[in-house]
Design a binder for this molecule. Structure first.
Ligand code: ZN
Length: 229
């Protein structure tokens, strides 16, 4: 693992966005079909967890993860960059605090997470490691014509995840508002909005193509190790 990231938020012209790099707040289950594919229960209230700032790495660099801890799954998610401090906000305040939208992989050490779930233990070992949140550049909210947005992930030319924000149980503004009643969101924080169905294992050498509607596509690959053959 390359542990030093030097990650900065970027816009679609590859210019740095003038916001600090903060925490990442994630929702565990926000698409019904994904809840069913992992045989999870529909939560009575949203299931949140966090990744620290060192989880963030530029998606265009090769994706890496600890190889000695079992399978690592991709979870493709729309990432929201926050540009205002939000505490106990309503949906309208949340909407006004969005700098823009990107795509992220919520990398998940699935074998390890399954063990942690069985024991009722927290998920950070499986989801919060350095580099566990490869993330794209962001399209500014002023350049987004309309919601809902479609997004997809292809691995080695085959579509694995094909999502649409219309299928979210909690919509983006409601989600951000709800989070802000639990944890203050600060300028430069990221909210991951949940993964649609189609999560699967990543292998060394996989080629990935991520697309956010007609705003951008980004290609990357999974770094290959000697032990991958
Ligand atoms: Zn996720």
């Amino acid at each position: 693992m390359n542990r030093r990231t030097n990650y900065r938020h970027k816009d679609l012209s590859n210019n740095e966005v003038d916001l600090p790099v903060g925490k990442v707040v994630c929702i565990g289950r926000n698409y019904m079909a994904h809840i069913h594919e992992l045989n999870n229960e529909v939560p009575e209230q949203p299931l949140y967890f966090m990744k620290p700032s060192d989880s963030l790495v530029d998606l265009s660099q090769p994706v890496d993860f600890p190889r000695h801890l079992g399978s690592c799954h991709h979870e493709l998610e729309i990432a929201v960059l926050i540009n205002q401090r939000l505490t106990s906000a309503d949906a309208e305040q949340a909407r006004q605090a969005i700098w823009g939208y990107g795509l992220a992989l919520d990398l998940t050490l699935r074998d390890l997470q399954t063990k942690l779930k069985k024991k009722g233990q927290p998920w950070e070992r499986a989801k919060a490691f350095d580099g566990s949140c490869p993330i794209s550049s962001f399209v500014a909210v002023s350049d987004v014509q309309s919601q809902p947005m479609a997004f997809s992930l292809s691995v080695n030319g085959q579509v694995r995840q094909d999502g649409n924000t219309a299928n979210m149980m909690l919509k983006i503004d409601e989600l951000i508002a709800d989070i802000s009643h639990l944890f203050t969101l600060n300028p430069g924080d990221i909210v991951l909005t949940g993964t649609p169905e189609g999560v699967a294992e990543l292998k060394g050498g996989d080629g990935l193509l991520l697309t956010l509607d007609n705003y951008f596509s980004v290609e990357t690959l999974v770094s290959k190790r000697d032990s991958d053959d």
